[in-house]
Design a binder for this molecule. Structure first.
Ligand SMILES: [Cu+2]
Length: 81
């Protein structure tokens, strides 16, 4: 787990690390597509992510895919609305 992607909790699903408040649809897509990555993460605790609902308040956030060598790129971008 790259340190800068750390959030409050980590899960391991089908060999992938799932870090932080990752939406269920992204986990389903990960399991279905089986990309060659170590896992996906939502750094921090953005408002509006699953488990962090705050009424109408939502922050933009991105789900990042990361590899074992510490590289990361955007898996899915969520804009606030
Ligand atoms: Cu959290």
């Amino acid at each position: 787990m790259p340190q800068d992607l750390a959030s409050c909790h980590t899960a391991i699903i089908n060999g992938y690390a799932i870090e932080g408040h990752v939406p269920a649809n992204d986990i389903k897509r990960l399991i279905k597509e089986k990309p060659d990555i170590a896992g996906i993460a939502v750094p921090g605790m953005p408002l509006g992510t699953p488990g962090m609902e705050a009424g109408e308040r939502k922050e933009s956030f991105a789900v990042l895919a990361f590899s074992r060598n510490g590289e990361s790129n955007i898996f899915k971008d969520y804009q606030s609305y």
